[in-house]
Design a protein around this ligand. Structure first.
Ligand SMILES: Nc1nc2c(ncn2[C@@H]2O[C@H](COP(=O)(O)OP(=O)(O)O)[C@@H](O)[C@H]2O)c(=O)[nH]1
Ligand SMILES: [Mg+2]
Length: 280
């Protein structure tokens, strides 16, 4: 088990990546780590086959409920692979993580604060360009990502070919071609998830590399100030970028102290879970 009695002694120092911090935040986000070795988030634009992948991987081992404090449905399930237990959380389908809607806010908070061991981004191979917007945003926040290049059968039907190896090199994360409706590529997807979760495969996600000097200076200054106020904040660079981009939600979260409440000292409540049929 990765996390023993995680909430007994909240950490005082900056340790945004430590297990205790993560477990506390995951719990606040409605995920109890007790029975799981790894937490995997499933992200993607709407209608890319996310639920199909979720159902195929979890079968009947799934529950739905609501996200804590929201009326948005949350589905989570579990699977075992290679002797490890994985908790799979289906995030709301979104085009971005810029939190202009409750769905986007949930997805953003989960990837940012929940710090899943792996975030699987399901993308539509027939609309790759549009789907890469979300992908690049997720890659700014976390470097533990697997891209599930789905609907490959549809792409072929339309004469679209995707060079998945080049895409993996360009993005710096594993890319697994799938046709989830037909179960194709799912064993490979499981293996890629396991490799990233265990650290066997290390991602080198593509990020904005050559920031103009003024931006770099502003980012550096903001990150420093953020660290001083919120030493536990994961991905302060991403938060700083959002602030510079004028993200009202992040600015508000900073002003109202919402970011602060996501620290481990704020004890989470367990949401009720009920077994349910496969989601669609
Ligand atoms: N042809 C094809 N259809 C798929 C594939 N994966 C999912 N679908 C279909 O795409 C539609 C949307 O899938 P769903 O899983 O609900 O997408 P979600 O909105 O991302 O959860 C459904 O009709 C699925 O059967 C695939 O790989 N190939
Ligand atoms: Mg769905």
């Amino acid at each position: 088990m990765k996390t023993a009695t995680p909430l007994a002694a909240p950490p005082r120092e900056a340790c945004a990546s430590c297990d205790v911090y993560r477990a506390a935040n995951l719990k606040k986000l409605g995920v109890n780590l007790d029975q799981w070795d790894y937490v995997v988030a499933l992200a993607g634009n709407p209608n890319v086959g996310k639920s199909t992948v979720f159902n195929a991987l979890t079968g009947l081992r799934q529950h739905t409920g609501n996200w804590p404090g929201k009326t948005v449905t949350r589905s989570e399930g579990g699977f075992e692979f290679g002797g490890r237990r994985y908790k799979l959380v289906d995030l709301p389908g979104t085009y971005s993580l810029l939190s202009t809607s409750p769905d986007e806010e949930i997805a953003r908070n989960f990837v940012l604060f929940g710090q899943p061991d792996v975030t699987v981004i399901v993308v539509d191979a027939t609309r790759l360009e549009r789907n890469l917007n979300l992908t690049l945003q997720v890659l700014e926040i976390t470097d533990r990502v697997v891209v599930c290049l789905n609907l490959l059968d549809e792409a072929r039907r339309h004469g679209i070919t995707v060079d998945e190896r080049q895409l993996a090199r360009d993005l710096g994360v594993p890319v697994v071609p799938t046709a989830a409706r037909y179960g194709r590529g799912l064993p490979e997807l499981l293996q890629a998830i396991a490799d990233v979760a265990s650290g066997k495969v290390r991602c080198r996600p593509r990020r904005l590399e050559h920031e103009p000097a003024p931006l770099r200076a502003a980012l550096g200054e903001l990150v420093e100030r953020l660290r001083a106020i919120y030493p536990d904040l994961p991905s302060p660079r991403w938060v700083a970028m959002r602030l510079l981009a004028g993200d009202e939600r992040i600015r508000e979260a900073l002003r109202t102290g919402e970011l602060e409440t996501l620290r481990p000292a704020a004890l989470p409540r367990e949401p009720a879970e009920s077994p349910l049929a496969p989601v669609s």
